[in-house]
Design a protein around this ligand. Structure first.
Ligand SMILES: C[S@@+](CC[C@H](N)C(=O)[O-])C[C@H]1O[C@@H](n2cnc3c(N)ncnc32)[C@H](O)[C@@H]1O
Length: 373
């Protein structure tokens, strides 16, 4: 089977988490900012799209070269065997990015690459006029960084955070792969109880259930590679069946509560769609009234930031309540994500460790309080 040079993209700060996921799936990896490289076949493209919990996309690196001028960019792209990759009716949007490079105009970079591909396909397919672009989609991109151009084909399509189980409700849910990334920054593996006392639409609890039950995060969706003409169509259904056969029962409880009953209804719907409704105990309860008789577990939450959902003052009052009510469960390791730089002050305790992350464009900290066990 043909081997491809592959790489995954991810949110800033999650490179090592994705690299570890890939290593656990059996790959040798090389990491750079925002990307983790590995090698694989079509089977590996299916496997990684299906199983990676924390990445954004899996791409094939088609070509890499130095591009200091537009002629070189055009020629290097024209020289590629596009007819091998793209059928005559292929739809092939090209995205362009250029950073710290001589060729810095992204629209020009994008249109030169598109033109080189169109010209080559016209020659290879002996066409005149225009290409129909009415067929399957092959999402391409050109990325130039410090004058090094990379031409890639995206095998994922819609980002991997779109698992397909979540309904829109207009709140402030975190992306599914971001939630999975936070869980991967904790020791959670399904063998200890997990509690999210501000669960919102339930993303952390649902992603925890998927991890605990070994449910592949890509179970519910299609990928860009499903539409590639040259892609072996038997691999995806086969691997999906294998994945479904590997699902295991939940060992320890997952609790998810929130003050707002209406948001919990969305959380339940999402959990139902993900097939884990029976595994998560949803309850309407305010942090100030929270109690649990579970022991030695993990509390993880994404309280309101003040900037987005509530005003700063009430967010700070909530952090104080969290410190008083949740802070006393010292046999639980506790993890809180917030953009408030003064969180520790209101919570009343300095974190064991703090990790800087970006939730979308928002600079946040992941405050970690390790258990006294
Ligand atoms: C930023 S959202 C959590 C989003 C969630 N991680 C998700 O992916 O949907 C914060 C949640 O905290 C809840 N909340 C606010 N004050 C609360 C309180 N005093 N007790 C419990 N939940 C509270 C809100 O209702 C909201 O759903």
């Amino acid at each position: 089977m043909e081997k491809y040079q592959l790489y995954t993209t991810m949110g800033a700060g999650f490179e090592s988490v994705v690299a570890k996921e890939l290593q656990n799936l059996g790959y040798k990896t090389q990491t750079e900012n925002g990307r983790v490289f590995f090698e694989g076949t079509q089977e590996d493209i299916v496997k990684t799209n299906l199983w990676l919990r924390t990445a954004d996309r899996v791409k094939i690196l088609l070509k890499e070269f130095k591009a200091l001028d537009f002629d070189t960019l055009y020629n290097e792209v024209y020289d590629m065997d596009w007819a091998k990759l793209l059928p005559v009716d292929a739809k092939f949007p090209v995205q362009g990015r250029a950073v710290k490079s001589k060729l810095h105009s992204e629209p020009d970079v994008q249109s030169i690459v598109k033109k080189a591909i169109v010209d080559k396909m016209m020659d290879q397919y002996h066409r005149r006029g225009f290409l129909p672009e009415t067929g399957s989609e092959y999402p391409l991109d050109v990325h130039i960084y410090k004058d090094k151009a990379r031409i890639s084909l995206d095998t994922t399509g819609e980002s991997l955070f779109k698992r397909g189980y979540r309904v829109e409700h207009g709140g402030a849910p975190m992306k599914e792969n971001f939630a999975a990334g936070l869980l991967k920054l904790t020791p959670y593996n399904g063998t200890h109880p997990l509690i999210d006392p501000m669960t919102g639409s339930g993303t952390l609890a649902i992603e925890a259930a998927l991890i605990a039950k070994n449910i592949a995060p890509g179970t519910w969706r299609k990928f860009a590679f499903d539409n590639f003409d040259w892609f072996d169509k038997s691999i995806h259904p086969k691997m999906l069946e294998e994945a479904k056969a590997q699902v295991k029962p939940l060992e320890t409880p997952i609790w998810a509560s929130d003050i707002d009953q209406s948001v919990l209804e969305f959380a339940k719907l999402n959990a139902h769609n993900a097939g884990v409704l029976q595994d998560i105990r949803f309850k309407q309860v305010a942090v100030k009234d929270f109690t649990t008789d579970l022991e030695n577990g993990i509390i993880i939450a994404n309280p309101p930031y003040g900037k987005r959902l509530k005003d700063k003052k009430s967010a700070e009052e909530l952090y104080e309540q969290m410190g008083e009510v949740l802070g006393k469960y010292t046999d639980f390791s506790q993890y809180y994500l917030t953009a408030d730089p003064n969180f520790e002050k209101y919570f009343g305790k300095k974190a064991t460790k703090k990790r800087k992350l970006f939730n979308g464009n928002l600079r946040v900290d992941f405050y970690q309080y390790w258990a006294n066990r």
